[in-house]
Design a protein around this ligand. Structure first.
Ligand code: DX5
Ligand code: ZN
Length: 218
């Protein structure tokens, strides 16, 4: 089963609870929350207080994508705020193995994200530690960018690697996902689809979630 993870980056930040309830009712699995620090990426978004404020409004799994430098400094803040999955960037962690271990030790799911230019070998030796690998299909920092098709072979190679080693990590794709690109990503082996603009900039976010789920299962 393919999971849909709407990204609140494209939602109306003044009416987040309402936005989240719409996608939850439509059958979304995860709520993708993009945290940016203005250092690792050239944009600043939200942090733990906003996540904590949203927590009582939904039962969706909080899939927190940390686009921040040295994320090990803030793991406990995000866990306390309500994160269920904490994803750190391989490029942002000098001691990636230690950071992923700390996330697991804290009792939440651990994810590792790869920028488009980062090879799969960056996560080869930590794959057994993670619950999720996030393959970026745009350069992180902004919503509404174009899906980079050149990432499809990377997704396929990751799928093959995970299967060959008998691991359970989910493959999530993030950036430029719409009904067309969703089909390509799923065909390549992705199981979790993040979508910001395609969901929250549409007139009917619930219908957009259902449309993505339908495309990806055909
Ligand atoms: C980009 C973020 C994405 C973003 C996706 O840096 O990580 O999660 O919200 O937005 P769309 O779906 O509009 O490309
Ligand atoms: Zn994201």
């Amino acid at each position: 089963m393919i999971k849909i993870a709407p990204s609140i980056l494209a939602a109306d930040f003044a009416r987040l609870a309402e936005a989240v309830q719409k996608v939850e009712a439509a059958g979304a699995s995860y709520l993708h929350i993009d945290v940016m620090d203005g250092h690792f990426v050239p944009n600043i978004t939200i942090g733990p207080p906003v996540i904590a404020a949203l927590r009582p409004h939904t039962r969706l799994v909080f899939d927190v994508h940390l686009m921040i430098a040295a994320p090990e400094r803030y793991l406990s803040d995000f866990i306390r705020a309500g994160a269920d999955i904490l994803t750190v960037h391989a490029e942002a962690c000098i001691h990636l193995h230690r950071t992923l271990g700390a996330i697991k030790m804290a009792g939440v799911r651990a994810g590792v994200a790869l920028n488009p230019a980062t090879p799969l070998t960056a996560v080869e030796h930590v794959l057994d530690l993670v619950d999720l690998v996030l393959v970026m299909t745009v350069n992180p920092g902004f919503g509404g960018q174009k899906f980079i098709k050149g990432m499809l072979p990377k997704i396929a190679a990751l799928r093959a690697l995970i299967e060959r080693r008998g691991l359970k990590a989910e493959i999530e794709v993030d950036g430029g996902i719409n009904t067309q690109t969703a089909a390509l990503a799923v065909e390549a082996g992705a199981a979790v689809l993040v979508a910001g603009s395609a969901v929250f900039l549409s007139d009917d976010p619930g219908a957009a979630v259902r449309a993505l789920a339908a495309v990806s299962s055909t």
